[in-house]
Design a protein around this ligand. Sequence first.
Ligand SMILES: C[S@@+](CC[C@H](N)C(=O)[O-])C[C@H]1O[C@@H](n2cnc3c(N)ncnc32)[C@H](O)[C@@H]1O
Length: 261
Amino acid sequence: MTPTAFDAFADIYDNDFTHTPLGQMLRARVWAHLADHFQAGQHILELTCGTGEDARWLGQRGVFVTATDGSAEMVQVAQAKMAQAGLTEWVTVQPLTLQDIKPTRFAPPQFDGAFSNFGGLNTIGDWRPLGQTLAQLIKPNGTLILVPMGPLCPWEVAWYGLHGQFKLALRRWQQPAAAHIGAATIPIWYPSARRLQQDLVPYFRHVSTHSLGLWLPPSYLGHLVTRWPKLFVRLNQFERRTAAYTASWGDHYVSIFVRSK
Ligand SMILES: C[S@@+](CC[C@H](N)C(=O)[O-])C[C@H]1O[C@@H](n2cnc3c(N)ncnc32)[C@H](O)[C@@H]1O
């Protein structure tokens, strides 16, 4: 299964991404959306939770989270994080792939909302079965927040293009592209916002889409943000103000849906 490729990164993921200036900027932008839609006392399903950084943040705000991930090592790191934060009453973490998410796996069966952050959704190429399953798991009017990597990343095209690595510059237009995750090579799909919307209709109504990482670079260029923090703080502010206009352009995008009645 694809997610086992992520096992090797479980112990280093937070240092390499979460705690970096770029990681903190990007995650704070996603948290602003989570805060707008998920309230204390609600029960939220998280897909592809990784090391549980978002689940912890929600749990600290009184939101109950059932967090899932397909990588056993990521799940272990997330479980340890919740225990250390004293959040095990609010957050449970389960090993579960996107492909294995089924309504019968959960009690109670219905959630107030669901989300997946930072590219976990890119390891599948058809989002219709997931949409159908989530439709049974999320209450009417519940919010679904998805943060996939998108097909239009100007930073990536420019960076690899300038370095003469044209195959990498254009990799997002192959479906699937081959991604090297440590020693493993796995298929990755880059859905357009339109494709995601098509796959989620008729169960979910699209509300809005916001760029994430259009003026900010992809995570593998995070060292640029560390080197020139003031410049990228300004670019982040600009990107935040304009993200609704640039929609799905960027390394990632945030698409928000509501479960139709
Ligand atoms: C880039 S990490 C993002 C982790 C976390 N959402 C975050 O915001 O830091 C991608 C995560 O998706 C998980 N993942 C990838 N494909 C998956 C699949 N098919 N089913 C379940 N988890 C998957 C990986 O194990 C990894 O933890």
